[in-house]
Write a new protein. Structure first.
Length: 190
C-alpha cells in the first residue's frame, strides 16, 4: 500500500477511484472542498449525502461521484455545528481535534476497503474553516494511514494519496511523510 502526497485539486483526480470530502456532520456541501465537489460533481452528490445525514464527528459515508471522474465520494465529518458536536473535545481555537481527524481518516479508508477500491485521495481535514493547524493535521492523517496499512495487509486499497491545494500544506504533508519514510516512528495520537 503506497502513501503519497501530491499538490493539486481534489476534484481533479481521475486516476483515483474515490475522493474524500472534508464534510461537516450535517453533510451540507457548503464552502471549501465540499463546495468544490458540489460545483464540479453536481447537486446529486449533496442530495445523496444529505439523505445519510447527520453523522457523528469522525464518521464517514459514501455517495456516487456525480460528474466527477471517480466512482465514489466518501464524506467524512472532521467538524460540525450541531449541539452534540459542541460537546466533543476540540483543539482550542479550532472545530476539530487530532483524534477526530484520525477517526475520520481511518473511517474513510475502511469504507474504501469495504467498497473494494484500490485508490483513494484525501484532502487536509478541518484545516480551512475548521481552523485546525496543518502540521497537526498532517501528523494525524499520515499516522492514521500508516496504521491502516499495518493493520490491513490484505486491503484492496493500494494507493492512499493526500492531495493538498496550497503550496504550504503540500510541503507540510510532504515533510511529515518523509520524516516517517526515513525511519522515525509516528507519534501516538491522543
Amino acid at each position: 500500500m503506497k502513501i503519497e502526497v501530491q499538490r493539486g485539486d481534489i476534484t481533479n483526480q481521475p486516476d483515483m477511484q474515490a475522493i474524500v470530502n472534508a464534510a461537516n456532520t450535517d453533510l451540507v456541501l457548503g464552502a471549501g472542498v465540499a463546495g468544490a465537489i458540489r460545483r464540479k460533481g453536481g447537486d446529486e452528490i449533496e442530495s445523496e449525502s444529505r439523505a445519510k445525514a447527520p453523522i457523528h464527528l469522525g464518521e464517514a459515508v459514501h455517495t456516487t461521484a456525480g460528474r466527477l471522474p471517480n466512482r465514489f465520494v466518501i464524506h467524512t465529518a472532521a467538524m460540525g455545528y450541531r449541539p452534540e458536536d459542541e460537546r466533543v473535545p476540540k483543539r482550542p481555537g479550532s472545530l476539530s481535534s487530532a483524534a477526530i481527524i484520525r477517526d475520520a481518516t481511518l473511517n474513510s479508508l475502511r469504507i474504501a476497503d469495504e467498497l473494494k477500491l484500490n485508490s483513494i485521495a484525501l484532502p487536509a481535514l478541518a484545516t480551512g474553516v475548521g481552523g485546525f493547524p496543518v502540521d497537526e493535521c498532517a501528523q494525524a492523517m499520515i499516522v492514521a494511514a500508516m496504521s491502516f496499512r499495518e493493520s490491513n495487509p490484505g486491503s484492496s486499497v493500494q494507493v492512499i494519496r493526500f492531495v493538498l491545494f496550497d503550496e504550504h500544506s503540500y510541503h507540510v504533508f510532504q515533510q511529515t511523510l518523509a520524516t516517517f519514510d526515513e525511519g522515525q516512528q509516528p507519534m501516538a495520537l491522543e
